[in-house]
Write a protein of this length. Sequence first.
Lengths: 135, 206
Amino acid sequence: MNQLERIQRSLTKKSAPHFEIGDTVRVHVKVIEGEKERIQVYEGTVIARKGSLNTETFTVRKLSYGVGVERIFPVHSPIVSKVDVVRQGRVRRAKLYYLRGKKGKFAKVEEREFVGESKPSAQSPAAKEETVTAS
Amino acid sequence: MTNGLIGKKLGMTQVFDASRLTPVTIIEAGPCRVVAIKTKELDQYEAVQLSFGEVKERKLSKSELGHLKKNQAAPSRILREFKKDGNPAVGQVVTVGMFQKGDWVDVIGISKGKGFQGVVKRHHYAGGPESHGSMFHRAPGSIGASSFPSRVWKGKTLPGHMGSERVTVQRLKVVESRSDENLLFVRGAIPGAISGLVIVRKSKKS
């Protein structure tokens, strides 16, 4: 097994993007249309990371016109050119599947370090309680 | 030299080319040493015998060692014969370099043993309904007519031992070939368990 693991390590990206569960990220995706190549940005919350080494994937959830959209990206795929962390989230579990059943402010992840505006910080304790009891 | 070589299945993973994800099996293939060459005059058929891997000398029997020593080969437990291709000489080494990216290969292995299995798993019988008062679930059912032939036809599919048999998967694409590490990446799955012995040869259907 060690030999396979060593090969798998050789197939990973040299500088894998760093982000955590609950973070709001902007994923820069390479899109090939015919011969042209362009970058598409997909922004949302990371709700899961699965797999290990070169087969690791992460799931990004966002609301698009009121409809929940989830995209799964392989961490080490060349089409994922860059992952920017927009906001860090404070969460207490590894999989945020409970966000799927929530609407409005309950479907938000509390921010981690700096609490900027008063509004989200006032909302977040309520959201926090709700999510913990629900899940 | 030969039309193939011996290897060991290391396991499955995935690789990316420009944009697509490809499932691959990694095989540690070769290096294999030419131990003997069978000729039409001496053996009534033509073949090249290759050895793979090394073991301690004391692990081998006298007859095995004698055969290897006669050809100045390192002690090895695994010997397999391959078709002759060109003019090989005893002592030459066959490496994974014979396969390049984009080639087609056949992979032969011993499938995982499943033990004694019923007809549903072993021969894909449909089985009966599970509920609604049904008393017929996974049994084979009738195995033939009565007065004629008064016996069961040869080859009737019945429960029995499944797996642990030689399986060939034809026409797999070589995704990558690392000759410095003796590694071969083929697309898709190959028979057998991890660290099982496999034979990789040029595809018959390429």
